[in-house]
Design a protein. Sequence first.
Length: 375
Amino acid sequence: MAGVPHPEPLSCASYSAVELSLDNDRVILLEQRELPTVERYLSLADCAEVVAAITDMVVRGAPAIGITAAYGMVVAAAKAPREPSDFSSHMTAAAAGLKASRPTAVNLAWAVDAMLQLALSDVCESAEDRVELLADRARRIHRDDVEACRRMGAYGAERVPDGARILTHCNAGALATGGYGTALGVIRAAHELGKAITVLADETRPYLQGARLTAWELHRDGIPVEVIADSASGALMRNGQIDLAVVGSDRVASNGDVANKIGTYNVAVLCRAHELPFYVAAPWSTVDMACVDGNHIPIEERAAEEISMSGERRMVASGIGVRNPAFDVTPASLVSALFTERGVASPLGPASLNQIAPQVAAKSRDSAMEAKRHV
């Protein structure tokens, strides 16, 4: 497909946030900091480079960085010492570095832990076999994410009325996932059903993911989109120009509290004040059933320069403090529904999440039984 420097992109699109090279020794990332003006891909052959790319937001979005971290573990294994004890130390250190790169997104830790457990198992006789096994697992994480996005998109599209004017915040599209998108997956699915939707994309300060990325994706796919200032949505709701909001998430606590890009809470409060649906779309890997509530979700604090500087121009006078939390937490009570690949949680809370959660255990049992049949 044009654009992606990969013969078989798992994104199934003309662009990819992340791919693994066919020979399993390089992570291919779209340099999202240069969008929308430049579409350029990086080829990273070292796990430390992958860590830096996640930290510096070359790639972002909870599912996408989870996939990137999984591929990072593959390239770490490709360069690891062959001695078993040295290999274990090398992979454990690689996992720690990847998990520290963006602490809020639970997908990242989930993917890294799954890869480390496999790396330290005794199922392979050679180093080459270990790399191939890890690559297969990482690609399965990628494929599963794309399929999950399509399923949650179908669930969400059922609640999008024909002619809806949809507000979204940040970027929860193909650029933030393995492909198709979470919140934008809902929008894409509604569009594919022939619903005459239009999208208003918050610019999403300070990093402008909505203006730079969401609008780029939707325009490229032929979905009508306009960019608005973050502070404009309240007035537009009051004037009857927004019908619903749908966003993604970086972590959902077991009580249903949702962590997402800073400014999401503002949107949820405005939707409640104007009696509009506020939806969240996220894969089950984003749901952290071990996290009691939103107060226990770590919130990343990013560099002050993202606010105080605009390129080379200083926007805040020297000596003035800056606060730059990357995420906020929206209480479950403000969420009309959570769309996951396993179903819809509505009203969002422990009861509705627990109704979906048993399916995870059932699928794990089915997978184990299938594996035993092939031994």
